[in-house]
Design a protein around this ligand. Structure first.
Ligand SMILES: Cc1cc2nc3c(=O)[nH]c(=O)nc-3n(C[C@H](O)[C@H](O)[C@H](O)COP(=O)(O)O)c2cc1C
Ligand SMILES: Nc1ncnc2c1ncn2[C@@H]1O[C@H](COP(=O)(O)OP(=O)(O)OP(=O)(O)O)[C@@H](O)[C@H]1O
Ligand SMILES: [Mg+2]
Length: 513
């Protein structure tokens, strides 16, 4: 089998490992489901082309094992045994269409062409055929990969089948190394600078491959395999319109104005600081309080700031608890190569996924700390599998890590946090990773009245203004009592503070600026 032969004869250890893992997943799927109950979702893209050849090899090896023929069997150019589905769309590139049909003819593939949207098409397919598992060329980093593993049941609301993703952990470079080492054909658009292909309406060649020449009017592009930074694979894809997100945002923030602070309609965050040294009292956590201020400035309420010990279980326990009750969880500390740097692994454990090598992240680390961090054993490049989104920003030497609603910040001091926060806000504006709400506003008053004197009027005020947070604290037992009003609507804050002052003699409260 030429694919298996090409990989075993090459001397790229990384590719061999990726290939063997993918073949393992394919073989397990073929052991679990009879061949007539699986399908390949093929669309002529580079990832699905890799998948097609892996499946050709996987089917061959599976059969060889079943026949106990020791692997020297030949595939003899027989029909590709897996039902293949192609969702053909009028907005697909003609080159993609023709390559898909050409591949079907070269590899003897019986292809079902579906001219419906994915969901309706799959519903019809499953009604007419006993399909239980579908192979996809989804890779970590694809927007649709979030939350998926190598075996992931289809989402609620979709017809029931198992999504099998043998190349989930492959990087951009792995894909191209495979296609070039195996010398297989791929769609011609990839030789014209396209690096990831959607529809004709949202895809252009990747500008990073441009060979703009002043004396030629026609812009030329280098082939896709020359893109060195796989993180920029989707640079030629138009961003999805974020107006839906913005619409939701503005309606939420307007709605909030008259909502009860405690009614659950507020966006809330938990902050978890990881560090034994804080619990020993050796150092003080300054970042937690700074992040509280920053979150308040974008209208988020902070539910808690907790400190976890430097062990995986403590981190996992905190993350697991708060990720489901809060909209977002922020983590600090415990990031790096030391034995005590367990934060990322704790997050993986909280989500029940394993840690897997992430080549993109490794590339960033290599830029930052040199070759010391490369190789198979680079634990810093291990990230929670299938749930990690890297948040890139040109101001950040290393992207921030986001796993579902958990964001891991690498800041170790106030200045670094300032920078990371600014980047996060810019990213939030461009891709909605964090909803930006109306900021909180607050007013503070000092009084020399005693706690006993103000206690009852304050309780009444809280009942009267449930949309505000009304609190009180002292800096010393002898000093003044400070009353705080916090909320989203300044007029409500003013009404509440006026109502309090009215209950006491003039001058009992003085405003603190
Ligand atoms: C075979 C197949 C199975 C899919 N299963 C699911 C699914 O279970 N859940 C889901 O949300 N989307 C599913 N999708 C849709 C994809 O996740 C994604 O929305 C689709 O590839 C569109 O990507 P695009 O918006 O970049 O074109 C499936 C798509 C295909 C082709
Ligand atoms: N129109 C389609 N018909 C069948 N399968 C599809 C279709 N679109 C996507 N898929 C499946 O989803 C997978 C992921 O799509 P994605 O666009 O990320 O990768 P690709 O098209 O193979 O390569 P590229 O990233 O270069 O576009 C594909 O490999 C394929 O399995
Ligand atoms: Mg594609």
């Amino acid at each position: 089998m030429e694919i298996d032969k090409a990989i075993s004869e090459c001397d790229d250890r990384r590719l061999k490992t990726k290939y063997n893992n993918a073949i393992y997943v394919i073989k397990r799927a073929l052991a679990l489901y009879p061949v007539q109950e699986v399908a390949l979702s093929f669309n002529g893209g580079k990832d699905s082309t890799v998948l097609l050849h892996l499946l050709r090899a996987g089917c061959f090896l599976h059969k060889a094992e079943e026949n106990n023929s020791g692997g020297d069997a030949t595939d003899g150019g027989k029909a590709f045994p897996i039902r293949t589905i192609y969702f053909e769309s009028p907005s697909a590139f003609p080159e993609i269409n023709s390559f898909t049909y050409e591949a079907a003819s070269i590899y003897n593939i019986q292809m079902d062409v579906i001219r419906l949207d994915f969901k309706s098409g799959l519903e019809a397919l499953l009604k007419a055929n006993p399909i239980r598992a579908i192979f996809l060329g989804v890779r970590i980093g694809d927007p649709t990969a979030v939350g998926q593993g190598q075996f992931s049941p289809s989402s609620p609301g979709w017809p029931p089948f198992m999504r099998v993703n043998p190349i989930l952990d492959w990087s951009y470079r792995d894909v191209w190394t495979f296609l070039l080492v195996c010398k297989v054909q791929y769609c011609s658009l990839y030789d014209q600078g396209y690096t990831s292909i959607g529809s004709i309406h949202d895809t252009v060649p990747n500008a990073l491959l441009s060979m703009r020449n002043s004396d030629s009017s026609e812009e030329k592009f280098k082939p896709a395999y020359l893109l060195t930074d796989g993180r920029l694979e989707r640079a030629g894809r138009a961003k999805k319109n974020s107006s839906a997100v913005c619409g939701k945002l503005s309606s939420i923030s307007n709605g909030l104005k008259m909502e009860n602070l405690n009614s659950g309609s507020m966006l809330t965050a938990s902050i978890i600081t990881v560090g034994d040294e804080i619990l020993f009292g050796t150092i003080e956590d300054k970042l937690g309080s700074m992040l509280c201020k920053k979150l308040h400035s974008i209208g988020w309420a902070v539910s808690r700031v907790t400190v976890a010990r430097n062990d995986i279980d403590s981190v996992a326990e905190e993350v697991e608890r708060w990720k489901s009750t809060d909209d977002m969880v922020f983590l600090f500390g415990g990031i790096g190569p030391l034995h005590s740097d367990v934060t990322v692994a704790g997050v993986a454990k909280a989500f029940g996924v394993r840690m897997a090598p992430d080549e993109e992240f490794e590339e960033h680390l290599r830029h930052l700390i040199g070759e010391k961090c490369s190789g198979d054993k680079n634990e810093m490049a291990l990230l929670p599998e299938g749930i990690t989104q890297l948040l890139h920003h040109e101001q950040l030497p290393v992207p921030l890590i986001k796993c579902h609603n958990v964001i891991i910040l690498t800041a170790t001091n106030v200045k670094e946090l300032d920078r990371q926060w600014d980047c996060l806000i810019e990213l939030a504006k461009s891709n909605g990773i964090l909803e930006l709400m109306d900021p909180f506003v607050s007013k503070c008053f000092a009084t020399t009245l005693s706690d006993v004197e103000v206690a009852q009027p304050l309780s009444k005020l809280c009942a009267q203004f449930p949309d505000l947070y009304i609190g009180g604290y002292r800096k010393s037992r002898e000093g003044p009592l400070i009353i705080t009003f916090e909320g989203k609507d300044l007029t409500r804050i003013e009404a509440a503070s006026w109502s309090l002052c009215e209950k006491f003699h003039p001058g009992a409260f003085s405003k603190i600026e």
